[in-house]
Design a protein around this ligand. Sequence first.
Ligand SMILES: [Fe+2]
Length: 155
Amino acid sequence: MDYRINFDEPIPEMIERLKLEHVDFRASLDKIEQYIRENETKRATETTRNMSECIIKHAVEEEARIIRVIMQNAKEESADSIKIMREHNWVVDFLKHKLQNMENDGHQQDRHDEQHQQKVQNDINEFVANLRIHFLEEEQIVFPLALKAEKGQTK
Ligand SMILES: [Fe+2]
């Protein structure tokens, strides 16, 4: 995964792209929830792991460019957006550490250990639900403020 940030991409275009990425992410989240309903826990964790690099890159871009333009031109209105960006901490922590631990535990124990399966399913469901809220908050609060801040800059 290439984590370099393209600073030449205009902010409005970048936001359109980030929104489209949210659409793709939501499709994957739908799939993950579907697997959990079908009790396909392993497929649910694999699908989550497969999307994790893209989500982390997406989060890094938001912090590097979206928050930067907000801090430069709309600092006095930035509190909610900063709070939403801080949610990346639990997103990244889940994808980098918790998911890995869950998969390792799954290998050590009997995979059909019901209690373990249930816990993994609950944790993933919770993560998916929180991530959906996070995307919505970005679309409703962070992205509009960044667009407003960007316009202020070009005046
Ligand atoms: Fe985000």
